[in-house]
Design a protein around this ligand. Sequence first.
Ligand SMILES: Cc1ncc(COP(=O)(O)O)c(C=O)c1O
Length: 423
Amino acid sequence: MSTNAEIIAVGNEVLLSNYRQAPVVLDHGKGCELWDVEGRRFLDLYGGIAVSALGHAHPALVGAIQAQAQRLLHASNLVWSEPAVALARHLVDLTRPEGGGAPALSRVFLCNSGTEAMEACVKLARRHAFLKGEAQRTRFIAFKNSFHGRSLGALPLTGTPKYWEGFGCDLERVTHLDFGQLDQVRAYLEAHPREVCGVVAEPVQGEGGVLPAPEGFLRGLRALADEFGALLILDEIQTGVGRTGAWFAWQHAGVAPDVMPLAKGLGGGVPIGAMLVKESLNGVLSPGTHGTTFGGNPLAAAAAVAVIETMQKDKLVRRAAKMGDYLSAKLAELARQHPAIFDGERGLGLLRGLLMARGVEARQMLAAARDHGVLLSVASERVLRVTPPLVIDEATIDEAARAIGAAAASIPIPAARDAKQSA
Ligand SMILES: Cc1ncc(COP(=O)(O)O)c(C=O)c1O
């Protein structure tokens, strides 16, 4: 058996050095537990960055993947295959209003990642304007501090300048406004009434620090997009598929987007992305205008069907809301117990952030938590992000909270706070 150190040494030689991996080589998992190649156990409080919705080695997901692998791995988009159709059927149905009615979004494009789903949204919005005879509408409104992916179509929407540097990113046609400021959106649209083809927002800014949209913001964006003839694109790549305690976070706000990209939790760990659009947008991307070889791949689609059906059977969306409340209370308690380290918590459902006190880096806490057996991720320099599998239970949250508390007690208290406290 190879050790963590041996594998990492080879990885450092042969993998591109574009990631900053923790010194852990994960080997296998079960539920919310993970083990490295040396047998060390961790609690999974990051879910592979909001991906592993069913936890690890869930029998329904493993079974679906095995069964599909034995039947057909790949079909191509020259023909139909049942898993893609079944998945699209499920996704459309999930956008119906509670109690029934027509689905808000009724057409699905399948792809392989969040960035690809976002890329499709960009192309769809521009081409929609073009086909309406408004070819000048090429501009997007997006928000500061947002994250929408890193391809050259998605990257300009990402409102975080550190990701742009050196990539010749086309920022000319994206305007980034302050997240939550509807007056800025109105003012911009009034000044440029025929330029904007799409308004793009995350219902909760994930990478930017787990910042839920303020009350009324999504509703206001919906109204402004309608008034000025732009498409509303709500990026549910991180928030979607049950994470926030609703299938899609816009369902909390009671307004639907025109276009919605999804990925992350959708495949429960198998790479897949999707773009859902309202019926009137079907036909914008006519045959030949957009596509991808692996889009709707039977293996990935069968995995996503298993994720959705398991979530329905085990009522995991309701559970995410309940466990989200429980986790929120535990994180708030940790913040009260360690005021020199934490400065509160926030989030929606099981997408939560623990804010760092002044002088403490999220990465410092990340490493300390790992040393105490809990895997987390960071979202901005100041926020420790907590996105466990949706199957997490109270006992696991309790165990993780104890370990994070012990980790907080192990890191040095910042000097300024020290001085203030002893004064
Ligand atoms: C809101 C949001 N949009 C887009 C992306 C990009 O998705 P992917 O990493 O699957 O390409 C992410 C990934 O973190 C995300 O959180």
